[in-house]
Write a protein that binds this ligand. Structure first.
Ligand SMILES: [Zn+2]
Length: 150
């Protein structure tokens, strides 16, 4: 199976910080690799699942907690006003369920609010948040998640 998410789930111990902001038995958190918006997180189940309906009760039980914990950490680390949480899993090669947890910054332009924030994803490569910045953000978010515990 050619699944980018599973490929990374299978090598958890050797992932760079940007691909392993946090994880537990059921979920892993990464910084989006092709986003022009710093702090754009992706929450993925550790199993290959292509529909939310196929999540187990155990996976479902911590899903909401992860969404809220990540949102809190994004508030602290990025200063966002709130977060957007979105799940489609429609792109070729990315059918693995993944929740976008996106920091909505106070100064986000009006024409980028709501669904239009996706203009930051899949942006031209030179606009992507670079690897160093993604690693730095991942480390800061990881530290904040550790600090508050849970
Ligand atoms: Zn997968």
């Amino acid at each position: 199976m050619d699944c980018f998410t599973c490929h990374n789930n299978e090598r958890l111990g050797s992932l760079p910080p940007r691909e392993l902001v946090a994880a537990d038995d059921h979920w892993r958190v990464a910084h989006a690799f092709d986003s022009a918006l710093p702090g754009w997180l992706i929450l993925v189940p550790r199993r290959h699942v292509t529909s939310i309906a196929d999540l187990t009760d155990a996976e479902a039980a911590s899903l909401g907690t992860w969404q809220v914990r990540l949102s809190r950490a994004l508030h602290v680390v990025t200063g966002c006003a709130k977060t957007y949480v979105v799940q489609f899993a429609e792109k070729e090669g990315f059918a693995h369920v993944h929740f976008h947890v996106v920091p909505r910054m106070p100064d986000l332009p009006a024409d980028r609010r709501g669904p239009r924030v996706f203009a930051y994803l899949g942006a031209p490569e030179e606009q992507h948040v670079d690897e160093q910045r993604r690693d730095d953000l991942a480390a800061a978010l990881s530290a904040e998640l550790d600090r508050v515990g849970g």
